[in-house]
Design a protein around this ligand. Structure first.
Ligand code: 13P
Ligand code: SF4
Length: 331
């Protein structure tokens, strides 16, 4: 028994038994560790409310990359998904970049495997490659430009009109951009499972209940949703739209995490999440990857400085080129 107690104490000293300390105040501990380690906590709008509340900066993919590029913190804790933390690491190869759960991936990034994409690209040697930031470092390294949903139009417009383009990995965003810009970009056939889970049938029923509501949608949504949306934009675009609109009721077609900021900013407006299909696990358009980050995992990752993101130096050097190009054009 004594040996067991001694062993437990030893593990506790190293912090491995935090799982057994239920009384810990994660918020207080995260704030203390963040200060002690001079770490910055960056969070995406799709994170759980409790994380958004304590983050140093909450933003869309572009704003988060811009924050990562200019931070003077010693360490970056990324409350988002893997490709976001990986982008921050590429921008800060000498800094520690932590992601509370390494399994927080992205279905859209997964829909574009590097080997297949490389073979596809080889078939079109005259095309330049524009990739949505929701992709792996390997795909970024095969790209000429990176973009996000808030600057995609600007990036594409910066490329000469007669220059053929491959756009990857999101076919919905690519299709929307083709319509917006009048270009005929070749599209990679990838998609986000959250933005493809909205049900048109249920949306029509919802409209019958709320005929005065305005549908607003993220451009990762399918063409039939975008066709009926009154406003299409990135997460920050959707937030700006609701903030500045004189309308009072909105149906929002994007990941449900955005509702936290939207409702906080607009307490007098009615914000209704767009309904998902029956077969969606929670029928509420939540990204299971984004929701993998919890306060407890955030606390543990700050405490142990693990898991941290590693990107091979050579890959970093290649992947940073299209990211820097995007940051330059977006200034
Ligand atoms: P934005 O925040 O750039 O709109 O991206 C949405 C998204 O899907 C992030 O995973
Ligand atoms: Fe990826 Fe879609 Fe989740 Fe965004 S919402 S992280 S695109 S799976």
């Amino acid at each position: 028994m004594e040996t067991l107690i001694a062993a437990k104490e030893k593990l506790n000293e190293k912090g491995f038994l935090d799982i057994e300390t239920p009384n810990i105040n994660y918020v207080e501990e995260i704030l203390r560790l963040k200060k002690e380690k001079n770490a910055v906590l960056l969070a995406h709008y799709y994170q759980i409310d409790e994380i958004q509340e304590i983050a140093d900066f909450v933003g869309d993919s572009l704003a988060l990359a811009q924050q990562a590029a200019k931070t003077d913190a010693d360490m970056i804790v990324f409350a988002g998904v893997h490709f976001m933390a990986e982008t921050a690491k590429i921008l800060n190869p000498t800094k520690k970049v932590l992601l509370p759960d390494l399994l927080a991936g992205c279905s859209l990034a997964d829909s574009c495997p590097p080997e297949e994409f490389s073979a596809f690209k080889a078939k079109y040697p005259n095309h330049v490659v524009v990739t949505y930031i929701n992709c792996s470092a390997e795909i970024k390294a095969l790209s000429d430009y990176v973009c996000t949903s808030s600057n995609a139009r600007k990036i594409i417009d910066a490329i000469p009109k007669d220059q053929p383009i491959i756009f990857a990995p999101d076919r919905n965003l690519g299709d929307y951009l083709n319509k917006e810009t009048g270009r005929e970009m070749l599209l990679w056939d990838g998609a986000c499972m959250v933005h493809e889970a909205f049900s048109m049938e249920k949306l029509i029923d919802l409209y019958k209940e709320h005929p005065d509501a305005e549908l607003i949608a993220h451009p990762e949504s399918e063409a039939h949703m975008l066709k009926v949306a009154k406003y299409i934009g990135s997460t920050s675009g959707l937030l700006n739209h609701v903030r500045n609109s004189d309308k009072n009721k909105f149906i929002v077609a994007t990941e449900a995490g955005i509702l936290f900021q939207m409702m906080q900013e607009n307490p007098d407006k009615e914000i209704i999440p767009a309904p998902a299909k029956e077969d969606n696990t929670c029928a509420c358009s939540e990204c299971a990857y984004m929701k993998m980050n919890t306060l407890k995992k955030l606390y543990l990752c700050l405490k142990h400085e693990l898991p941290d993101i590693e990107v091979d130096a050579e890959l970093c050097q290649k992947a940073i080129v299209p990211i820097q190009r995007m940051l330059e054009i977006s200034k």
